[in-house]
Each structure stands twice: as structure tokens, then as C-alpha cells.
Design a protein around this ligand. Structure first.
Ligand SMILES: O=c1[nH]cnc2c1ncn2[C@H]1C[C@H](O)[C@@H](CO)O1
Ligand SMILES: [Zn+2]
Length: 361
């Protein structure tokens, strides 16, 4: 089957679970905000800056990839900056055909110019509200939910977990930890995760990206993660391939598949950080064939020069996936979202299924 073209995927309804607010700014916005706050950038022409981010993130190492965020976080230290970035994020995702998105960021990284954690969250929420209204007015409605992230090398996870719960009825739908993985195991933040479980709250954990099975095992069996951010290294617990003979799942891989634990896979990001050799060799193909609860995500649109439609087009090309697979990925994501069950079902039945039915016919 011929690959589905990028331009044909844009109108298809898409659901996105793993997208960083500070990894998706418009280059032109970074240039304008940097000038306003006096931050020096590696390039001041938006197109050159866009190229710089992709090239610098294309480093083969998560640690070096993360260094590029210094230039986005630097311009997100004021209420105006945060509001604008969130508003444009909602508009850009909607223009790409994303109908549901969970966007994450770490409030503790936005306090350098004196904002409080609450001011940060209020400014971002106001930006998303405005962006959603703008998208609806343009005929491309989107629902955005926020995940608050704590940085795994820092020590503020309990505080951020409490912040998340305080805002659970005001736009925040979940919690996450991110940052360098090696040397910072999820159990460092066990108190925060146990607190969230007692609060019946939802969380995902970046695990199995730059570190392997022990990180995934801790995230699920010690911390109780609802989903895995990346989780791509779970393939280390799978031997054989469907084509090359019998596939055997280790205990952890079998547990993840049996429990339908969602994997927030981010193909382009994984190639840049060295977690996968290429899109064609990305474990998403195997994990799809083995019927894991696979979802496809952007991670950082700016650093990867990507979008949901582009990630799907790359997968369609690499694995020959057609509309049926793209719909499957989208429904997997929507089933795994952190909003209430009835609201997830409404988006699946009223938006996603009719949208793909129209494209398939
Ligand atoms: O893919 C990632 N792995 C680990 N940490 C990440 C990734 N992408 C972004 N981050 C970090 C850098 C951001 O500043 C932070 C909050 O969004 O999360
Ligand atoms: Zn991420």
C-alpha cells in the first residue's frame, strides 16, 4: 500500500499525549520574546534558529538534546511569554488537525524572574483557554489538557504533585517527571507518586528512553505509573521478531502488554537522542505488530522540526501503515488520555471515528 501523504494526514483527527510546551515554540516567537527580555540566541533569523534547534538536538544523547531547552525556557519567564507560548501551542496543534492534546511543562523552570508556581500555571492555562477559543473560531476545535512535570534531577516533585492536584479542576489533568534519566531513577520521587495515588490522580513517567528496563520496571511496579513516557527500551525485554520466528516476551514486557499500559512513543525524538537508529528501525513497528497499547507523539516539535501529521507520515512511509493503523494509533491515544472516561468516549465516537470514516470512504 502506498504511503499516506503528509498533506492528507493534516485533516485527520489526531490525539497527542506527549508534547512539551517548552519544546514547541514558534521560532519567530522565540526571537521576539528573546529580544524583549534580553536573552542572547544562537541565531536571530527564525528560519536559521529553527535549523539550529534541530541540528543541536540531533546529538545522539539525551543530555545534549536537553541543553537546547535553555533557549526556550529563558523566554518563558514572564506571564506574557507563557501566555503567548501556550496560546500559540493550542493554535498550532489545532491547525495540524490535533483534536485532543495533553501538553506538559515544568513550572519550577519558569521562576527565574520572580513568578510564583501559581502565576506560572495561571498564565499557561489562560493562554490555552484563549488558544482553544481561537481554534474553535477557526473551525478546528481542540481540547488541551495540561500535565505538570517535575524535573527528575531536582527535589520539587512533591510540591509539583500537590500543585497538580490543586489545579485538577482547572485544566491540569496529570503529572509527569522528565529530564536526564540515567542516574535519576523514578523511585527518587516515590513520595510524590504515592501521594498522587492516594489522591486518585493520574501520572505518566518518562522511562525507558535513555535508560533501560530497570527504569521502566520502577516506573510501573514501584511508582504506579498509568502510562510510560517513551518506554521504547521495553524491546530489550522482547526476543525474536514476528518475521524471524517466535517472539518471546519477558515478564515485564508481558505485564505491560497484558495490563494495556500505554506507551507514549516519540519516533523522531528517539532517533535524535539515539534511542532508535532510524524511523524504519524504530521499535514502534514491532510493538504495533505485537499489539501493545502504542501511541505516537511529537515530544518536542521545535527540536525535531516535526508535527503529529509529520510523525504519522513518516510511520506510514516506513511501515506501510494506512488509515486503519493511523486510526488505531489515534484511538489508542484517546483511550489512554487522562480526562474522564465519558469525555474520552465522546471524542472517539463523535470526532475520531467519523473523521476517519470520511477519509477511508
Ligand atoms: O524526551 C525527553 N526526555 C526527558 N526529558 C525531556 C524530554 N523532552 C523534554 N524534556 C525535558 C526538558 C524540558 O525542559 C522539560 C519540561 O518540559 O522536560
Ligand atoms: Zn518527553
Amino acid at each position: 500500500m502506498a504511503a499516506i501523504a503528509y498533506s492528507d494526514i493534516i485533516p485527520a483527527p489526531k490525539a497527542l499525549l506527549h508534547d512539551h510546551l517548552d519544546g514547541g515554540l514558534r521560532p519567530s516567537t522565540i526571537v521576539e520574546l528573546a529580544e524583549a527580555v534580553g536573552h542572547e540566541l544562537p541565531a536571530t533569523d527564525p528560519a536559521a534558529l529553527a535549523d539550529w534547534f534541530v541540528a543541536a538536538a540531533d546529538s545522539g544523547s539525551l543530555e545534549r538534546y536537553l541543553e537546547t531547552f535553555a533557549h526556550t525556557v529563558a523566554v518563558m519567564q514572564t506571564e506574557e511569554g507563557l501566555f503567548r507560548v501556550a496560546k500559540e501551542c493550542a493554535l498550532d496543534l489545532a491547525a495540524d488537525g490535533v483534536v485532543y492534546a495533553e501538553v506538559r511543562y515544568a513550572p519550577e523552570q519558569h521562576l527565574e524572574r520572580g513568578l510564583t508556581l501559581d502565576q506560572v500555571v495561571d498564565a499557561v492555562n489562560a493562554g490555552f483557554t484563549e488558544g482553544m477559543a481561537g481554534a474553535a473560531a477557526l473551525g478546528t476545535p481542540i481540547r488541551v489538557g495540561v500535565l505538570l512535570t517535575a524535573m527528575r534531577h531536582a527535589a520539587r516533585s512533591q510540591e509539583i504533585a500537590e500543585l497538580s492536584v490543586r489545579y485538577r479542576d482547572s485544566g491540569v489533568v496529570g503529572f509527569d517527571i522528565a529530564g536526564a534519566e540515567a542516574g535519576f531513577p523514578p523511585t527518587r520521587h516515590l513520595d510524590a507518586f504515592e501521594y498522587l495515588q492516594r489522591e486518585n490522580f493520574h501520572f505518566t513517567i518518562h522511562a525507558g528512553e535513555a535508560f533501560g528496563l530497570p527504569s521502566i520496571w520502577q516506573a510501573i511496579q514501584w511508582c504506579g505509573a498509568d502510562r510510560l513516557g517513551h518506554g521504547v527500551r521495553l524491546v530489550d525485554d522482547i526476543t525474536g521478531t514476528p518475521e524471524g520466528g517466535e517472539t518471546v516476551l519477558g515478564r515485564l514486557a508481558a505485564y505491560v502488554r497484558d495490563k494495556r499500559i500505554p506507551l507514549e512513543l516519540c519516533p523522531s525524538s528517539n532517533v535524535q537522542t539515539g534511542a532508535a537508529a532510524s524511523i524504519a528501525e524504530h521499535p514502534i513497528g514491532l510493538l504495533h505488530d505485537l499489539r501493545f497499547r502504542v501511541t505516537v507523539n511529537t515530544d518536542n516539535r521545535l527540536m525535531s522540526g516535526t508535527s503529529m501529521s509529520r510523525e504519522m507520515a513518516l510511520l506510514s512511509e516506513a511501515f506501510g501503515w494506512g488509515w486503519a493503523e493511523l486510526q488505531w494509533l489515534t484511538i489508542n491515544a484517546m483511550k489512554s488520555a487522562f480526562i474522564p472516561y465519558d469525555e474520552r468516549l465522546a471524542i472517539i465516537n463523535d470526532v475520531i471515528k467519523p473523521g476517519y470514516a470520511k477519509l477511508i470512504s
